[in-house]
Write a protein that binds this ligand. Structure first.
Ligand code: FAD
Length: 220
């Protein structure tokens, strides 16, 4: 899977900091842009939960070679915009598939998995050859089929997304993607994403009996 940050609001930390400060100042945001010190203004506001100010920053990612299983989970996040490779307009004959680590770890499981995938793709190709359109032939394709998706989220939604999907309760593939997205966000907006990640980074774990009970590490 390849995760790329395609674009984001320039100087997002400063924009959000000045937006926050403009709520409590007689001066307008344009006047304060040059003088504001984001590291003084922003972390406090975020810690207080005044998260509407980080909605001013948007981030667009390209995720390539993820499974359809991952994207099915991803698109449940409603405060986001998605553009996904179509299985109607793009032939899936050359598409790949994701092999989960648990399958790779066992040679018999891996063999069975790959053989099944080969049969599925052979069936897809034969259906297309018989005149079945891509949009119908795709019904035989598996959850593991790879796809590309472009995602845009504002920073508030990203904080929420990282809270759920960087957690060890999230499935490994979406977790891997979320952790890569967080790293990319931190590089460009270290203040907004300073305490981003699962809830246990900021306080007690809310997962109750499902809690892993361990401090967070992205390598889990
Ligand atoms: C570990 C894990 C396991 C999961 N297992 C399942 C499962 O078994 N089955 C299943 O169906 N789903 C499952 N999900 C998906 C989950 O239920 C959510 O649909 C998904 O995580 C999106 O989260 P969200 O609704 O909080 O966030 P988003 O859709 O990203 O929305 C962000 C926030 O906006 C607000 N919001 C958005 N839309 C509305 C609305 N219509 N009304 C009110 N407030 C709104 C809420 O505060 C919400 O938290 C799982 C998720 C995780 C992380």
């Amino acid at each position: 899977m390849k995760v790329t940050l395609l674009a984001c609001t320039p100087d997002a930390d400063r924009i959000c900091a000045v937006a926050a400060r403009s709520c409590y100042s007689e001066r307008g945001a344009s006047e304060m842009m040059g003088s504001i010190e984001p590291e003084k203004a922003l972390p406090r506001v975020i810690a207080m939960g005044h998260l509407s100010v980080v909605e001013h920053a948007a981030f667009t990612f390209s995720v390539e070679g993820a499974s359809r299983s991952l994207t099915h989970q991803l698109v449940r996040h409603r405060i986001a915009s998605f553009s996904q490779q179509s299985q109607r307009y793009v032939s899936m004959e050359g598409a790949g598939f994701v092999i989960p680590h648990t399958v790779e770890a066992d040679s018999e499981a891996e063999g069975l998995y790959k053989e099944t995938m080969e049969r599925i793709w052979a069936a897809y190709a034969r259906l297309v050859e018989l005149g079945v359109p891509n949009e119908d032939a795709r019904y035989v394709l598996p959850n593991g089929c790879t796809t590309n998706i472009t995602i845009t989220m504002n920073a508030r939604e990203l904080l929420h997304f990282f809270s759920l999907r960087c957690c060890s309760r999230a499935q490994w593939e979406i977790r891997e993607m979320a952790c890569q997205m967080l790293e990319l966000c931190r590089k460009v907006s270290p203040l907004i994403f300073k305490d981003a990640g699962p809830a246990c980074v900021r306080g007690p774990c809310p997962e109750g009996e499902k809690s892993c009970g361990r401090p967070w590490t992205k390598a889990d």
